[in-house]
Design a protein around this ligand. Structure first.
Ligand code: CTP
Length: 476
């Protein structure tokens, strides 16, 4: 039990003793003697209560957070502490549960309230915190985690770590932990290159501490530049994820994947548009599965009502032409997956103002064809992704139409799915797909792999596993 709690208990007992002695008209010493004599004469001392395993959790434990990998983010006292707030968001985006600890110096730059509000639970600051320290909370904080990230790690904090100091909550946790530790140093270049810091870094590396950064660049101090800037939050989050997820569970690590999803909206006038029933669910599920497999994913989404998958860079677009521009901007990529239901046509001359009803009857709506994004990317001479995957949404002659589409568009694989109203695929959660793989010469019959009815999440997982297998084979 921490000394603060023991001291408190001691005071309460002494107060009670004094009261009892005063009530009985005895001195405190006499009262103590009588209590001890009574205890010795008691027939049998009551057995201690049995150890119970159903103690109230000391820390807030929300359901899903338990299954998420847990990161304890120790925020040190440097100007880069403000970036730690963005880091919380980046870690959470990757589906990690984040708990923050702040040093006293860090609280000069950002407040525990802000860090706690952004994280999954309150921010811890004190070694002698009555709310958590009554059961040696620093030991619990050191162990109830899968990874400790120190960002920013100041020169002072790293020196303390290297020496094994434990005079505040952050250093006590770092000394008590048996979990991996990732450090993101941030300091002035002179401090970073100082012999003492070099020794501390070398010592920490020998102790098994992992480092991310520091980077070279401008310092907060005017006219100062050099190595010492804290790594960007995205880099730190990626390094954290790499430690938490072993390589075999991230077969697409280092791969860039581009995915289109959802419908497109083609304007008729400022208030009306041509659309389709695509929900975007399948494309979003593929993006989430690819990100979970370690890929760097850019998801180009038409108008949908879906949450952005964690760890995915999402670009929102409206029309087919916007989507093509976003796809071109996102290249190069190793793999491109075109799951969007792109509108085939757009109105040749969309009205600048709302089109009004007139006595002369219906307005003429001339349509022109939209660019075919999949075919455009499949035929790129430069920057063609090594694996281009299309979808064939068909309501009849599924395999025949999908095979024709594979040849016509020049992609490598096509995921054929029945989108007839009876299938319930459009907007639904399940999908029945056939994976068509183009013959090596691009002309012969494709190989067909028919999958059973699956949820869109399972289709995404199966497709990502196939992609990982293929990328592993070609090492492209
Ligand atoms: N696609 C695309 N750009 C378009 C139209 C389609 O990138 N302008 C892509 C889709 O994302 C999908 C594939 O092409 O991966 C097939 O889409 P689909 O709607 O099934 O085929 P269409 O080309 O529209 O042909 P059709 O409407 O004649 O079936």
């Amino acid at each position: 039990m921490a000394s603060l709690t023991v001291r408190k208990l001691d005071e309460v007992l002494k107060d009670r003793l004094r009261l009892r002695a005063a009530r009985n008209g005895r001195s405190v010493e006499d009262e103590v003697r009588i209590i001890l004599r009574d205890a010795a004469e008691a027939p049998t001392a009551a057995p201690p209560p049995p150890a119970t395993t159903t103690t109230t959790p000391r820390w807030p434990q929300t359901g899903p957070a338990i299954t998420r990998p847990r990161v304890t983010l120790i925020i040190g006292g440097g100007i880069a502490a403000y970036k730690a707030l963005d880091l919380i968001r980046r870690l959470k985006e990757r589906g990690l549960h984040v708990r923050c600890v702040m040093t006293r110096a860090a609280q000069q730059f950002v407040t525990p309230l802000t860090a706690g509000a952004l994280a999954d639970e309150r921010c811890y600051t004190d070694l002698f915190d009555p709310q958590s320290e009554f059961d040696a909370g620093h030991i619990r904080l050191a162990r109830d985690t899968d990874l400790i990230v120190v960002a920013p790690a100041t020169a002072d904090l790293m020196a303390k770590m290297a020496q094994g100091h434990a005079d505040d909550l952050a250093t006590a946790i770092l000394l008590a932990t048996n979990r991996p530790v990732l450090v993101a140093p941030a300091m002035n270049p002179a401090m970073w290159s100082n012999a003492a810091t070099r020794r501390n870094v070398a010592q920490l590396a020998r102790d098994g501490v992992a480092f991310v950064g520091p980077n070279a660049g401008e310092m907060a101090e005017a006219n100062e530049a050099g190595v010492g800037r804290m790594a960007e939050p995205v880099e730190i989050a990626t390094a954290a994820e790499a430690i938490l997820r072993p390589p075999q569970s991230r077969p697409l690590a280092g791969r860039r994947i581009l995915i289109t999803a959802g419908p497109t909206h083609e304007p008729i006038d400022p208030v009306r548009y041509i659309a389709n029933r695509s929900s975007g669910k399948q494309g979003f599920a593929i993006a989430a599965a690819a990100a979970a497999a370690g890929a760097e994913v850019t998801l180009i989404a038409g108008p949908v009502d879906l949450d952005e998958p964690p760890g995915v860079h999402v670009v929102h677009v409206e029309s087919a032409r916007d989507m093509l521009a976003a796809v071109e901007a996102a290249l190069p990529a190793d793999v491109a997956i075109f799951a969007a239901a792109v509108a085939d046509w757009r109105v040749a001359q969309a009205g600048a103002q709302k089109i009004k009803k007139t006595a002369s009857g219906m307005p003429p709506l001339a349509l022109v064809e939209n660019p075919d994004i999949l075919a455009t990317v499949s035929r790129l001479a430069e920057n063609r992704p090594s694996l281009v995957i299309g979808f064939a949404a068909e309501t009849e002659n599924l395999i025949g139409n999908a095979t024709a589409k594979l040849h016509r568009k020049g992609c490598d694989w096509i995921v054929a799915n029945d989108v007839s109203p009876a299938s319930g695929v459009m907007g639904g959660d399940r999908n029945t797909v056939h994976l068509l793989t183009a013959a090596r010469d691009g002309k012969g019959d494709p190989a067909i792999d028919s999958w059973p009815v699956m949820t869109k999440d399972d289709v995404a997982g199966a497709l990502v596993a196939k992609i990982a297998e293929r990328m592993g084979q070609t090492n492209a």
